[in-house]
Write a protein that binds this ligand. Structure first.
Ligand code: BJ8
Length: 426
């Protein structure tokens, strides 16, 4: 994946990576990227930016983090949408979402975690145990959260290997839960100020809120363009944009995504798209697709469908809602951040009817012909919600396909057959 002109092995060695294994990972992901993304037709020129970012995902970006840290900066790694990147940036640190989207070192992982743990958690542990993730090794602090039981318990193990702070996330959304969550934000601020030596001020927090909102606004523009028929961008490319949003430089990424959105708007006006007008349009809802998990989108789009939206953490849950920009004091900004983040509709919450409302609204707004509900095996929260989601989608007169899978390629043939039959039926 990395530009062959620059050799980063010295940097990776200094980070303590397992070099032969890391080379194997880069080769595998590079091959997947080539066959999945570079074979698509009529991609927007603006995707060149994301192709470049991906080609340097363990190279130039890690060098930037490395240089930042050598100049006294701190890097904070996160695994979940509930961790507010605004606070991390306001403390002068850089936030990176740690990838957990590929099978790695499962033999070692299964000595610690049960075999029947979801792929995302296994991957999170596997990248650490296998010493193949430079983002993890650049992180001065990891932030975990008490979402599902699997993640919560896995953080106990990860915390033995790396500096880790766990935020306690309530699992209901009553007023007292919002107040409790706000108190967790106050604790996080103390932790970040201790780590960076910087005080979070009204000025730094307001600037961070604005910057992160701008990033989300750019992604909203891309999402809105996908309502057009023909779709101006593939689901694969739109998914990639959100995946990259978690770790790229914020202002640079925002500018590039706004340029991409301009191009998509022009395509929509010209009636140009990546799939023929009338191609079957699918909304996907469910568990997040961390890098480099592109499996389901690839299956749908290779079968002739087009994914027009993702109701998931690597999708609308990430960019749909913004933190208010009206507050002028840190206290008021914290109220706004607590409210915005607790408004994310994750299946870890009970009840979580807001997610179903989101799915129906998005499917209608985006002109979806059908919905695919996607859950990782052993993810109890999303698996249990699946029946309710399916019922609500059918009640809204839309077909639904329920899929449970993992990160392996073993079921690709079987899934392709099911997806093809689903698209034919739409
Ligand atoms: S806000 S979806 S990123 S918790 S897939 S680890 S839920 S067993 S990832 Fe998630 Fe935050 Fe929610 Fe989003 Fe557990 Fe399920 Fe695994 Fe999951």
């Amino acid at each position: 994946m990395t530009d062959t002109a620059t050799d980063y092995h010295q940097m990776w060695a200094e980070l303590g990576l397992d070099l032969p294994m890391h080379d194997a990972l880069l080769e595998a992901v590079g091959g997947m990227y080539g066959s999945t993304f570079m074979t698509q037709n009529n991609r927007p020129a603006g995707m060149g930016y994301l192709d470049f970012v991906m080609s340097e995902v363990h190279g130039l970006r890690i060098k930037e983090l490395d240089d930042f840290r050598k100049n006294g900066g701190k890097v904070v790694g996160t695994y979940c949408l509930y961790v507010p990147e605004e606070l991390i940036r306001a403390a002068g640190a850089w936030s990176v979402g740690i990838c957990a989207g590929a099978e790695w070192a499962y033999d070692e992982v299964e000595q610690i975690l049960p075999r029947n743990t979801c792929a995302l958690i296994k991957s999170m542990m596997g990248f650490k145990l296998g010493m193949v993730c430079p983002y993890l090794e650049e992180a001065d602090l990891l932030i975990g959260e008490t979402t599902c039981d699997g993640k919560k318990k896995a953080y106990e193990e990860l915390g033995k290997l790396q500096n880790l702070h766990v935020m306690e996330l309530p699992q209901m959304k009553r007023e007292k839960d919002v107040a409790f969550w706000r108190s967790e934000l106050v604790d996080l601020i103390a932790k970040l100020e201790e780590l960076t030596g910087n005080k979070i001020t009204a000025e730094s927090l307001s600037a961070a809120i604005k910057e992160v909102n701008d990033k989300r606004r750019a992604l909203q523009r891309i999402a809105a363009a996908r309502a057009a028929d023909p779709a101006p961008i593939s689901g694969l490319d739109a998914l990639l944009a959100v995946q990259v949003a978690f770790y790229d430089d914020v202002p640079r990424f925002t500018a590039s995504m706004n340029a991409l959105a301009d191009e998509l708007d022009a395509r929509v006006s010209a009636g140009a798209g990546v799939a023929p007008k009338g191609a079957k349009r699918v909304l996907i809802t469910g568990t997040p697709m961390a890098l480099p998990n592109w499996k389901l989108h690839e299956i749908v789009e290779k079968a002739g469908g087009v994914v027009v939206g993702e109701e998931m953490c690597t999708g609308s849950r990430y960019y749909e809602k913004l933190v208010s920009e009206d507050a002028t004091t840190v206290d008021d900004m914290l109220d706004d951040i607590a409210a915005k983040y607790l408004d994310i509709n994750c299946a870890c919450f009970t009840p979580n009817t807001g997610r179903i409302d989101d799915v129906i609204r998005m499917a209608k707004d985006l002109g979806a012909d059908g919905v695919i509900d996607y859950a990782l095996n052993f993810c109890g929260t999303y698996q249990i919600e699946s029946a309710g989601v399916a019922k609500a989608v059918q009640a809204a007169d839309m077909p639904v396909l329920r899929i449970e899978t993992d990160y392996s390629a073993e079921d690709v043939g079987q899934l392709s057959t099911r997806v093809e039959a689903f698209l034919e039926m739409l």
